[in-house]
Write a new protein. Structure first.
Length: 201
């Protein structure tokens, strides 16, 4: 169960503006906690996805809505896969590190954030960047904004990043214009992910 108050407060800031008062924060925290059971119930209905990276002999498994594949690159030097379901999308990029220097988890996260910040098509609210541990790597969560003015849209993003055999992996899931429940669902998503690097041939 998600109990991290900071994350719930971030959800309030973006989705309800409740951070303007202590009462608002407490009220929305209680409301968010009340919705967690609904989130858990919804994710239990999700399908198991198994993405096998044959060239590297491992797989990534996760639960998600029924997604449809849009792009697949399966080569020795790189694996990339993108699938979508309505406003939800999930992708996996597995390739040699694209930043020089160390290849540990911290370097991976730093490189990833740097690449995202230099993307001219979106803007990250740096107050929402959160990095936490995952059983198979690291989790990076943040809100991004695309478009301008009346066409501005928010996106909740979560990455599960990992290192394997000299390569960097990035499983990235996002929801466009999330409501409160969808925001909480995305915070739960990394707990539904497993990186299985010891798969037997």
């Amino acid at each position: 169960m998600i109990t991290n108050f900071l994350r719930i407060a971030v959800a309030c800031i973006f989705l309800t503006g409740c951070a303007q008062s202590k009462i608002g924060v407490q009220s929305n925290e209680n409301d968010a906690n009340a919705k967690l059971d609904d989130v858990a119930s919804e994710t239990k209905r999700w399908s198991l996805n198994v993405w096998r990276i044959g060239q590297q002999n491992f797989d990534v498994t996760f639960y998600a809505p029924q997604v449809s594949i849009e792009r697949l690159v399966d080569k020795r030097e790189r694996y990339y896969r993108l699938e979508r379901h309505q406003r939800f999308s999930v992708s996996l990029n597995f390739a040699k590190p694209n930043c020089a220097g160390e290849q540990n988890a911290q370097a991976h996260i730093k490189c990833l954030i740097g690449k995202i910040k230099h993307n001219p098509h979106l803007k990250i609210d740096e107050n929402t960047i959160s990095q936490t541990a995952h059983k198979d790597g690291q989790i990076l969560t943040y809100m991004s904004i695309i478009g301008k003015g009346a066409h501005k849209m928010k996106i909740i993003n979560t990455h599960v990043v990992f290192e394997h055999s000299g390569h960097w992996g990035d499983l990235h899931a996002s929801i466009l214009q999330p409501n409160h429940r969808e925001f909480l669902t995305m915070l739960k998503f990394p707990s539904l992910v497993s990186i299985n690097t010891n798969r037997i041939q």
